[in-house]
Design a protein around this ligand. Structure first.
Ligand code: ZN
Length: 154
């Protein structure tokens, strides 16, 4: 997600039924600016603090919870079980690096089709699937390089 203007941030908040208060706008702005990092509440707080010294970490936590409840953002668990936040609400998978604690987005139509086909052949009792995602866990080979996934052309 590219950085959104204040107006766009305001529109997204109201579209989720939230009153676009200044506090909510700056918290949402920080989350979207940190997109791709899957920030913790602490990361979001550190990001907005210089320009908004009156907002407390507690407020950031509460605001992020409100955002999650309305579906504006998603909660992602880190490998250690800590809460991280994701402004990408489209169904996608994640790549986890144990070494650098990075969580990288991974969207793949072909994987989605494969999983859909797989589960269409399974009899899943008493459960309605609303979506699925895959978690790749492992370690970055070269920590200063980016993680990339692409299709092998054959
Ligand atoms: Zn994500």
């Amino acid at each position: 997600m590219q950085n959104l203007t204040r107006d766009e941030l305001r529109q997204r908040l109201t579209a989720c039924g939230l009153k676009a208060t200044h506090q909510r706008i700056v918290v949402f702005e920080a989350v979207t600016e940190l997109h791709g990092h899957h920030p913790t509440a602490e990361d979001v707080y550190q990001r907005l603090k210089p320009a908004n010294p009156s907002i407390s970490l507690g407020t950031v936590y509460k605001t992020l919870d409100t955002f999650t409840e309305t579906g504006l953002i998603r909660r992602v668990l880190s490998e250690e079980g800590g809460k991280r936040y994701d402004s990408n609400t489209i169904t996608h998978s994640h790549i986890y690096c144990s070494k650098t604690k990075e969580i990288v987005d991974f969207e793949d139509e072909e994987l989605h089709e494969l999983l859909t086909e797989f589960f269409s052949k399974r009899n899943l009792e008493n459960f309605e699937i609303k979506g699925f995602s895959v978690q790749l866990t492992g370690n970055k080979v070269e920590p200063d390089k980016q993680i990339n996934i692409s299709r092998v052309s054959k």
